[in-house]
Every structure is written in C-alpha cells, then in structure tokens.
Ligand binder design. Structure first.
Ligand code: URA
Length: 210
C-alpha cells in the first residue's frame, strides 16, 4: 500500500524542482521541467497498478510475462494547472483515460463551485489519479475528490508537485483513503493562500500569464 503521504526524494526530482522554484526560470524551461518531473512522479504514483501475466515467447523460450491488468487508469486534471502535469504522465501511460474538473472559488462563501466536469466512465473499476501541481488549502482537491466519489471512484490517488501542511491535513481529514504523492512539503501558506517558499502561481508560470 502507498503511505498516506509519499514525498519523492529522488535527486532528479529535487534538482528539477529547485530549478522550477527559481523566479528567473523562463516559461519554456518551467514547462519542460514540469513535463520531466511529472514522468518521475507518475512512476511513483502508479506503483500499485494491478498486474497479471500473459503467455509469450521470447526468441529463446516461452514465458509467463507480467502485464497491467484491468481497465485503463483515469487521470483527472483539476483545471487549469493540473494540465501541466498531464503531458508527462500521458507519455508514460499513453492509454490512460483523461477527465477534467473545473472549480472556482465563490467570492462570498469562499467555497469551491464546479463550472466544468467531464470524466471517464466506469470510475468504480479504474485507478483514478487526480493531478494538481499545488496542494495549498486543499479546498479544491477535496471538492474534486468528493465529486469523483459521487461518480463511483473508490481507488483514488492525489498527485501534486508541492504540498502545504494545511492542505495535507485538510485532505487527510476529508479523504483519509486517498494517498498523496508529492515532491515536497513546504513550510506554510501565506495570507493569500500561496505556498511558501513555493514557486508562485503554477498556472501563471506554466502558461506565461500574470
Ligand atoms: N496555487 C498556486 O498556483 N500556487 C500556490 O502557491 C498556491 C496555490
């Protein structure tokens, strides 16, 4: 079983993350690094995909060879920054099904409100990996996972690049069955809900907006 929280300490992940944090890193480099790092994180988060064996023949002899079993996994991107993690993961798992959840924060209630949701069918029989680079307050992640559970998902993982202790706590209260995989747990959230030291606004940095 994956632990409730896995911090991927691999040197390549940590090196690329430091380059991404640097405010002088260009949009193009940020995007390339995010794609590279998402491949490495995807390797970790897919550790527990079900396996079976098939009979094949190598040039030398027949063998029972391990292959993935069951329905294709579902990747769910929380818009818009989640899309930055998708490309790398899809390179590793090209047959994955992909869904999108869009949420905005109601300015009065401060609660997440859904504005878009399109997800693969049969979530009850797929490993479902929710991706969002920044686990900050945890509000949107919790709301997205609420939604996926309503649609039948039971085997869910959450993949992010950076997590704040506040977001991890919120997720573990609301969804203790959902393991979190991240490259770093940072110090805290500031008054504007940004992760400190963090890397700034992940969406702005990957898409070159302000
Ligand atoms: N979202 C971001 O893009 N950055 C943060 O630091 C927190 C939430």
């Amino acid at each position: 079983m994956l632990d409730h929280l896995t911090v991927v300490k691999h040197p390549l992940v940590q090196h690329k993350l430091s380059l991404m944090r640097d405010k002088n890193t260009s949009t193009a480099s940020f995007r390339r690094l995010l794609r590279e790092i998402s491949l490495l994180l995807a390797y970790e988060v897919t550790r527990e995909l079900d396996m079976t064996t098939i009979e094949i023949e190598t040039p030398l002899e027949p063998m029972s060879a391990p292959v993935l079993e069951g329905k294709k996994l579902a990747l769910i991107s929380i818009l818009r920054a989640g899309n930055g993690l998708l490309d790398g993961i899809l390179e590793l798992v090209p047959a994955a099904r992909v869904g999108f959840v869009g949420l905005y924060r109601d300015p009065e209630t401060l609660r997440p409100v859904q504005y878009y949701c399109k997800v693969p069918d049969a979530l009850d029989s797929r490993m479902t990996i929710v991706v969002d680079p920044m686990l900050a307050t945890g509000n949107s992640s919790v709301a997205a996972i609420d939604l996926l559970k309503e649609k039948g998902a039971t085997n869910i993982r959450f993949l992010c690049l950076l997590a704040a202790p506040e977001g991890i706590e919120r997720m573990q209260e609301a969804h203790p069955d959902v393991p979190i995989v991240t490259a770093s747990v940072d110090s805290h959230l500031n008054d504007h809900g940004y992760i400190v030291p963090g890397l700034g606004d992940a969406g702005d940095r990957m898409f070159g907006t302000k």
